[in-house]
Design a protein around this ligand. Structure first.
Ligand code: NAD
Length: 434
């Protein structure tokens, strides 16, 4: 199948690189976002998110004339939905007295509702947003059927999960293997035809529900494995062991690959997606449920670690280094680091947070420092929450002049304790009971 014009709904971390990459490969692309501030920014030739290489790719796509942006979709050969699927705020489900989070599918629903009046015979519709199993068949297909056309018969419908790594999105979009799940094999083939415009990785065709499950399984697998690493950290702490050394030694076993503990699990994927399984089958998912509980409790575990050394936190000044949900990105969504800051403040600490990737972030209740130095100034203790490369590269001499604090809590095993101890700092590392 040939595609002359496509419409990408949702111009965030996924949709914008995807739209720009299609345009860079000669396809006419209309990028659509319901947020008019984002559309205004993009129309000015600027971008609203941090992703290495995206600014250049976007500018090239814009200059080629292949990419335009709007708040409203238009007729096209294919429609891609890359809108958010976060938690539903203020509501939860319950099974056997245990609460679980629910997916907020309103953006997906409204994107499908914007497409159906424009749908023509032979079109392709792709859902890329991470979604609970059977969303393509049971949510998207019925909405698109309001056009009078039937998915799999009159138009193609596909679920294709996005598995790019933030920080590497432009490269991984092209190089990663891509799973394309069609409601029919013809739909899957149409999806494969579309992505083969730029994908160099393997394109694997399957059915839509399998593709939905694949995405959720990938992230759930990581969440459960991080949960066990976090429990290992707690156990190491109790038994007088250095968990980082123990993990390194255990991973010498040829069939063991333990992940790293940390202050929790965040971001818009791993901390969210496992709930989509729990929501749709709570009776089948006790392990997934409990792994989520373990990881969600980890910021509080960090608090306990700090309190054990500092004692009463009231009035203490703490510098929190890093707010992103993972290293070297500016994405603060569902970040456990921000939760640690909130919990510290609830205990009466005064926290100055420094996030080099988003120094001007506006987060309710969090005071952002203008620089590393101003976060450190007058602090009684330093809490390292994200393993940003620039933090890992800091040497004791880089910060000793800026702070009177000599107490460091390293939740990500970034600072080689010996060098810091030699410089007069006391470093308390997560998961180190020695
Ligand atoms: N960010 C990642 O690394 C990543 C990786 C894999 C999968 N995903 C999934 O991809 C989806 C998109 O994620 P993202 O990180 O790009 O989200 P994002 O929040 O960065 O961007 C989504 C954009 O969609 C816009 N939007 C909301 N409703 C809309 C509508 N009805 N029509 C058009 N635009 C609309 C929003 O204004 C926003 O700009 C989510 O389901 C997410 O779970 C994200």
């Amino acid at each position: 199948m040939k595609f002359n014009k496509i419409c990408v709904l949702g111009l965030g971390y996924i949709g914008l690189p995807t739209a720009a990459t299609f345009a860079a490969h000669g396809i006419k692309v209309l990028g659509v976002d319901t947020n008019s501030d984002i559309v205004d920014t993009l129309r000015r030739g600027d971008i609203h998110i941090h992703e290495p290489g995206l600014r250049e790719t976007y500018k090239t796509a814009l200059a080629s004339g292949n990419l335009t942006v709007s708040t409203r979709p238009e007729e096209a050969d294919a429609f891609l939905i890359a809108v958010p699927t976060p938690f539903l705020e203020g509501r939860s489900g319950e099974y056997n007295g245990q609460q679980y989070k629910l997916a907020d599918m309103r953006a997906v629903t409204s994107a499908a509702e914007a497409i159906f009046p424009l749908l023509r015979k032979g079109n392709l519709v792709v859902l890329e947003s991470t979604s609970p199993p059977r969303t393509t068949l049971e949510l998207i297909a019925p909405i698109l059927a309001r056009s009078g056309l039937t998915a799999g018969r009159d138009f193609h419908l596909v679920y294709s999960p996005e598995r790019v790594l933030p920080g590497q999105i432009l490269r991984e979009l092209i190089e990663n293997a891509r799973v394309i799940g069609g409601v029919t094999s013809e739909s899957a083939q149409a999806g494969a035809d579309l992505y083969s415009v730029f994908v160099k990785g393997e394109i694997i065709q399957t059915d839509a529900t399998t593709a939905e499950m694949v995405k959720l399984m990938e992230n759930t697998y990581r969440d459960v494995n991080i949960a066990i690493a976090n429990e290992f950290a707690r156990l190491a702490d109790k038994f007088g062991v250095d968990v980082w050394e123990a993990i390194r030694l255990a991973n010498r076993h040829p069939r063991v690959k333990i992940l790293s503990p940390g202050p929790g699990v965040g971001g818009h994927c791993i901390s969210v997606d496992p709930w989509f399984f729990v929501e749709t089958a709570p009776e089948l998912t006790p392990l997934i449920y409990n792994a989520r509980r373990v990881n969600d409790a980890q910021p509080r575990y960090v608090l306990e670690l700090i309190k054990r050394t500092v004692g009463v936190l009231k009035g203490k000044k703490i510098a929190a280094l890093g707010l992103a949900y993972k290293p070297d990105v500016d994405d603060l969504r569902e970040s456990p680091a921000t939760q640690v800051v909130h919990i510290l403040q609830t205990e009466g600490a005064q926290v100055e947070a420094w996030e080099p990737f988003k120094p001007d972030a506006k987060l309710p209740g969090i005071h952002m420092a203008a620089s590393l130095e101003s976060a450190l100034k007058d602090s009684d203790a330093i809490v390292l929450l994200v393993r940003h490369t620039e933090f890992v590269n800091l040497k004791p001499s880089d910060i000793s002049a800026a702070t009177k604090a000599c107490l460091i809590f390293d939740t990500v095993n970034a600072w080689e304790s010996d060098a810091w101890h030699a410089a007069g700092f006391q470093v308390v590392r997560l998961g180190v009971g020695k």
